[in-house]
Write a protein that binds this ligand. Structure first.
Ligand code: HEC
Length: 268
């Protein structure tokens, strides 16, 4: 055999081996493919369908369907976390009264004294003003008849502008409420209110005056409008149940002896 022929033989053998390995590989791959592609067993399909039918008809027969009344437990109240009731908090009588005054303030005083009560330019501030915190009589005079001329508010002088009378614009209740609001909001006065009756008497006393007051003509600083505070302002606290300490102790001793007695009566 020449060297050339031997090489050819070798090449041939090699190519045969390659072919064989490729073929083998392919059959292995075919097997694997078949494993994943097996058809779904018919018996399992039947079992599934039977379970669905039996289970579905059981649920259908035993649940209330989609009827609200069948699924609603009577008397069930969903619990709501505290503070999330969804209802507006109940306002106290005082808060309602002050709120009414706020509405009057917004409608009448806001434009000049500002929503913040800070005033502007020659319009003096109401915030912490001595004219609203001190005597309610002179405050009512200012609102009823207006004021003009020099006035000192918190150490600053004003006087270039006039405040018009409000007695024709506002009724007694509105004046009482707006005065209460101003005193509460800008003066931090929370222990007293101005009532409609107080303003009524003020109107009788000062309302006939034809023109505005000047600050010197106003009632003295400490003059308060006469009248009672409304009952709702200080709702009576329920009487705390009396707790007499020494008597409580003796009562305990007594109850102790009572149990002793009852024990004794049981044993005898
Ligand atoms: C048209 C503008 C105007 C309106 C509206 C008005 N005021 Fe005045 N107010 C003034 C001016 C101006 C003065 C200062 C007058 C002066 O310089 O003498 C004043 C002064 C006062 C004062 C005394 C000074 C002070 O700042 O404490 C009070 C209290 C007051 N006003 C309350 C009220 C209230 C309450 C209302 C609403 C019911 C009201 N005013 C509506 C312009 C107004």
């Amino acid at each position: 055999m020449s060297e050339q022929q031997e090489n050819r033989d070798y090449d041939h053998k090699q190519s045969v081996r390659d072919c064989a390995s490729i073929a083998n590989h392919q059959t292995e791959e075919n097997l694997k493919l078949q494993e994943g592609n097996e058809s779904f067993p018919v018996w399992l399909l039947i079992v599934c369908v039977v379970i669905l039918i039996v289970g579905g008809s059981y649920v259908g027969a035993n649940s209330g369907g989609f009827e609200f009344s069948n699924n609603n437990k009577s008397g069930y109240e969903p619990s709501v976390p505290a503070g999330l009731s969804g209802l507006a908090p109940e306002l106290s009588e005082l808060e309602k009264y002050v709120k009414g005054g706020e509405a009057v303030y917004r409608a009448v005083c806001n434009g000049c004294h500002q929503a913040t009560g800070a005033g502007q330019g020659q319009i003096p501030p109401l915030v912490e003003s001595e004219w609203i915190i001190n005597g309610t009589e002179r405050f009512s005079q200012i609102v009823l008849n207006g004021i003009r001329g020099p006035i000192t508010v918190k150490g600053a002088s004003y006087g270039a502008q006039e405040m018009p009378a409000q007695k024709g614009v506002l009724n007694d209740k509105q004046i009482a409420q707006v005065m209460t609001y101003v005193r509460s909001k800008f003066g931090n006065v929370s222990d007293s209110v101005v009532t409609k009756e107080m303003v009524e008497s003020a109107r009788q006393k000062f309302g006939a005056r034809p023109n505005q007051y000047t600050s010197r003509e106003l009632s003295p600083e400490d003059a308060m409008l006469p009248g009672d505070q409304p009952e709702w302002l200080a709702p009576e606290e329920p009487e705390p149940s009396p707790e007499p300490a020494p008597e409580g102790e003796s009562a305990q001793i007594n109850s102790g002896s009572r149990t002793h007695a009852s024990l004794n009566s049981k044993t005898t």
